[in-house]
Design a binder for this molecule. Structure first.
Ligand SMILES: Cc1ncc(C[n+]2csc(CCOP(=O)(O)OP(=O)(O)O)c2C)c(N)n1
Length: 316
């Protein structure tokens, strides 16, 4: 792809996700949004880097902090806002909220509130993809906290053993709620642990969206050609807002404002935006604001699920 077009694509995605989540935070105090929200403002470059390197028919899975992967993989914005509002037109029919986003026709397998649970789902799906022999790939996003779940290691082993087409993407923001990695592990070297399963790894320490995209691109080619099976990418990143909710919490004791400011200096939305001329940037920004306004209006005007919906989508 031509350099300018790629920069515009990346900027559009980064800015889109940032502005959507800022809008969610702005609306939240009105109580129109009915579910808890876990914002990924500051972390956008990971999903954008990965998803812009995937094909449309590849699939992704995520966590409760996965607005970004839903949006980066092309999930519908009106159905996203409607889901947060608990409306019938939401991507999970208004029954899942912010933590349970699904859009299978866009390859979004689903996101889950229970730490680590979408990892085996993405691995299982990658087994189906391997058998289908169409060179499709599954990518799964999760936090550093999820690497403390037993199922993460079971999934790594199963994927390595069966040489499955899956990319594990750890969005390492260094925190599990309020507990830093240094208080949870004697060694913070996640890649070293994963290599023990016979899986190749990559580490990006500064959120560089182009590098994350390039690594994903090269990895995806190797997976599609059958040269390798699973791959693990660890991306250091930083959550700018509180663990759950719309506010910031930089003056609370568990982390420092200086650390936040270091990440703001290398913010990828600003960095990539500055690579564009003012005219292109303004055009993209304007487009995004219009898209968001339409999506919010769609959510506001949509009906809530009726009483007859109480027993539908229920497993047992
Ligand atoms: C199985 C399970 N255990 C505990 C929790 C409570 N919990 C919710 S978020 C969270 C921290 C997870 O941190 P991480 O995976 O790093 O993701 P981040 O919130 O940083 O994106 C925990 C322990 C949960 N939801 N599920």
């Amino acid at each position: 792809m031509e350099r300018k077009t790629l920069t515009e694509l990346i900027y559009r995605n980064l800015r889109y996700i940032r502005r959507v989540e800022e809008k969610v935070a702005e609306i939240y105090p009105s109580d129109k949004i009915k579910s808890p929200i876990h914002l990924s403002i500051g972390q956008e470059s990971v999903t954008v880097g990965v998803c812009t390197a995937l094909h449309v028919d590849d699939v992704v899975a995520g966590t409760y902090r996965s607005h970004a992967s839903y949006l980066a993989k092309g999930g519908d914005l009106g159905r996203f806002f409607a889901e947060l509002y608990g409306k019938q037109t939401g991507c999970s029919a208004g029954k899942g909220g912010s933590m349970h986003l699904v859009e299978t026709n866009k390859g979004i397998l689903g996101t889950s509130a229970i730490v680590g649970t979408s990892i085996p789902v993405a691995v299982g799906y990658s087994l189906a993809l391997k058998r289908e022999r169409k060179q499709r790939i599954s990518a799964v996003f999760f936090g550093d906290g999820a690497t403390e779940e037993g199922v993460f290691y079971e999934s790594l082993n199963f994927a390595a053993l069966h040489k499955l087409p899956v990319i594990f993407v750890c969005e390492n923001n260094g925190l599990a709620i309020h507990t830093p990695l240094s208080k949870r592990w004697a060694s913070e070297d996640l890649c070293a642990r994963v290599k023990g399963f016979g899986i190749q790894t990559a580490f990006v320490d500064d959120g560089d969206v182009f590098r994350i995209r390039e690594i994903t691109n090269q990895t995806a080619q190797k997976i599609r050609s059958g040269e390798i099976g699973p791959f693990f990418i660890e991306c250091k990143t930083y959550r700018w807002r509180e663990h759950v909710g719309p506010n910031d919490d930089h003056d609370e004791a568990y982390r420092s404002r200086q650390e936040f400011e270091r990440w703001v200096k290398i913010d990828q939305v600003e960095r990539v935006g500055k690579m564009l001329d003012a005219e292109s940037r303004n055009a993209i920004d304007g487009d995004i604001e219009r898209q968001i306004a339409l999506a919010v209006e769609f959510a506001e005007k949509s009906p809530f699920p009726g009483p007859e919906e109480l027993g539908t989508h229920v497993f047992a």
